[in-house]
Ligand binder design. Structure first.
Ligand code: UDP
Length: 261
């Protein structure tokens, strides 16, 4: 069974599944798969376990889109950064309250203010930024999950970076019912205007990673070297079916997705 199990074809499909689930009181997790995740899936059993339970997995990186195409399944790129605005709009239209969890207090407040300004009627049931040493599977994480559920939020954006956000989302969905936890990386920093996202031409050309590397070379050089090696190895040896699969049947907890209907 592949761990990086893509089951989302495009953004509209994902937004509609998440809102439907939130309205129906179904909890779940949304992960967006990139090369760094594939490396972590290969190397870290806990990350694999979180992915195995994911409700929805989209292709976050251009290389993952290429790999899926190679498996005969075209998928659109759907990143965490691209998801927050459309999903918040759909949540507001359906009366679903959201929660912001992660990044720094000041950044989160700015992002919240911008969301409220751009999306009339959006209900932000709560928001918090855990301290940077936060253990995403510890007692503080359990208490945070309970706080999120008690706030009335049904969609929670988790902006802690990988693998922290996937660990937290996986713990939280097991701990509390009825909340969709969406892992969005640096999305709130982009919305707040704290970090500049790659220009659209870079994104479209599949070079968003290079932009990020230029912005944060120290933090990212090791990660991107491993990711590029993974990608070249994959291309040389052919599809590594153990790590990446486009799942035509079901998502993580057995619910059918629209794609397969
Ligand atoms: N972050 C956080 N707590 C942590 C580590 C990271 O809130 O302990 C936030 C950080 O401020 C940024 C986001 O997580 O907003 C990292 O997003 P990014 O997409 O860079 O994550 P990665 O690429 O590392 O998965």
């Amino acid at each position: 069974m592949a761990e990086g199990r893509l089951n989302i074809r495009d953004q509209d499909e994902l937004v509609s599944h998440v809102v439907d689930d939130a309205l129906a009181g179904r909890g779940g997790t949304v992960f967006t798969l990139n090369l760094d995740h594939l490396v972590k899936l290969r190397d870290e059993p806990r990350f694999r376990a979180a992915y195995q339970r994911a409700s929805y997995v989209s292709a976050d990186g251009a290389p993952v889109v290429t790999m899926a195409k190679g498996l005969g399944e075209p998928v659109d790129r759907v990143t965490g950064a691209d998801l927050v605005l459309p999903l918040s709009r759909a949540a507001a239209a359906s009366g679903v309250p959201i929660y912001l969890f992660g990044t720094a207090d000041a950044v989160r407040d700015k992002a919240a203010a911008r969301l409220m300004k751009e999306i009339p009627g959006l209900a932000i049931a709560g928001s918090e930024s855990p301290p940077f040493g936060f253990d995403p599977e510890g007692e503080a994480a359990r208490v945070a999950a309970e706080r999120i559920a008690a706030s009335g939020a049904r969609i929670c954006f988790v902006a802690l970076g990988a693998p922290k956000q996937e660990y937290f989302a996986n713990l939280a969905v097991c701990r509390v019912p009825g909340v969709m936890f969406i892992c969005v990386g640096a999305a709130l920093d982009f919305i707040a205007g704290e970090t500049r996202r790659a220009p659209v031409v870079w994104q479209k050309a599949g070079f968003e990673w290079a932009w990020r590397l230029l912005q944060e070379p120290r933090r990212l050089v090791r990660r991107y070297t491993r990711s590029l090696l993974y990608f070249f190895n994959y291309r040389l040896r052919g599809a590594d079916d153990r790590m990446l699969r486009v799942d035509r049947r079901r998502n993580g907890d057995g619910r059918q997705t629209g794609w397969f209907a």
